[in-house]
Design a protein around this ligand. Structure first.
Ligand code: PPE
Length: 317
């Protein structure tokens, strides 16, 4: 169960957790009209720091643009500061941050353009996404019988609430059949992504990952993995990945804000590599966690300290 924190940010104000309610006839409830983000804030020796805040806010505003959600009402800088402030107000050392932009109450009917937009930001403490042992041991997954959303149906580059109906089908099927997660193929039958994670395959020392055209979310952890791999001089190729490449890979792993970097030890009950976390995933995890936990310098500028308000915005409040 979700453990409530004290405050949720709503349209520029902090409200009590329990007061963050919407009307059942809000547009989003019938028609799925929301875009959102998932962001982690890590405890570092110099205080809580949000991982790649700028990129997450940019992706949320991109998602909004795709869905013609104009006049969000807040600039990227204001949203970034709202998130830092929320973590400060809730006195959390580490947490998961969930901003949601939704079409609210007003008209009924598919046309969303007359309904007001509401912005909420919540945060809470969230542990390991695919179980405690997942990061070290790896998880057992299946290829889903459900495909990922097809091009020109629901835009995969947008992180929209409605996309997660597809994710839910993938996830439920996997869990009911005894797997931790499902991997969806795209509409052409190539590997796309997990219900809530991007995917990577390692073979002969090279990393392969599906390109953005394979109906994947442009994952910010995915981007971080690509960057770290380059620096560790592990070749990375963004290319179409046939399903059977999963089975013959030396390693397969997921990336995501919630899942971080999670190794996969079997796909459809076929053992991957040695059936446990492989050396490439381990090297990437080590580097990733050293940076986000602040034990190695933040050489890419990925962390945004929660600390004090930025001077340029402090006067506005
Ligand atoms: N693909 C999908 C479909 C997806 O939902 C996520 C994030 C990713 C890839 C990875 O993207 P990024 O977080 O930017 O590296 N999934 C969120 C789901 C969590 C949830 O269950 O809700 C997340 O990891 O926050």
């Amino acid at each position: 169960m979700l453990t409530p924190t004290e405050k949720i940010w709503h349209n520029g104000r902090f409200i009590a957790w329990d007061d963050a309610r919407i009307h059942v006839l809000s547009h989003v409830v019938s028609y799925g009209s929301s875009v959102f983000e998932g962001i982690r804030c890590y405890a570092t020796p110099s205080g809580p720091a949000v991982f790649r805040l700028r990129e997450h806010v940019r992706r949320m505003l991109d998602s909004a643009k795709i869905y013609r959600m104009e006049n969000v009402g807040y600039t990227a800088a204001e949203l970034e500061e709202a998130m830092r402030e929320l973590v400060r107000v809730n006195k959390l050392r580490s947490c998961y941050i969930r901003p949601i932009l939704l079409r609210a109450y007003g008209e009924m009917g598919v046309n969303p353009l007359k309904n007001p937009l509401d912005v909420y930001i919540a945060c809470w403490e969230w542990g390991k996404y695919l179980g405690e042992e997942a990061l070290a041991e790896g998880v057992d997954v299946c290829v889903s019988s459900w495909n990922r959303i097809a091009p020109n149906t629901l835009p995969a580059l947008a992180k929209a609430g409605a996309n997660y109906m597809n994710s839910q089908l993938i996830k439920m099927e996997a869990l009911i059949n005894g797997y931790s997660e499902g991997i969806a193929l795209d509409a052409s039958g190539y590997v796309s992504e997990g219900s809530g994670e991007n995917i990577f395959v390692v073979r002969d020392g090279k990393i392969l990952t599906p390109p953005l055209g394979a109906s994947v979310l442009p994952g910010i952890t995915r981007d971080s993995v690509l960057r770290l791999a380059q620096d560790l001089e592990i070749p990375v190729i963004e290319t179409l990945v046939p399903r059977e490449m999963l089975y013959i890979a030396d390693e397969v792993f997921f990336s995501g804000t919630a899942a971080e970097i999670t190794p996969i030890r079997s796909v459809d009950r076929i053992q991957i590599g040695k059936g446990r976390r492989g050396p490439v995933a381990e090297r990437l995890q080590k580097e990733f966690f050293a940076i986000v936990n602040g034990t190695k310098p933040d050489r890419y500028g990925w962390l945004s300290a929660v600390g004090e308000p930025e001077p340029s915005l402090a006067g506005k409040k």
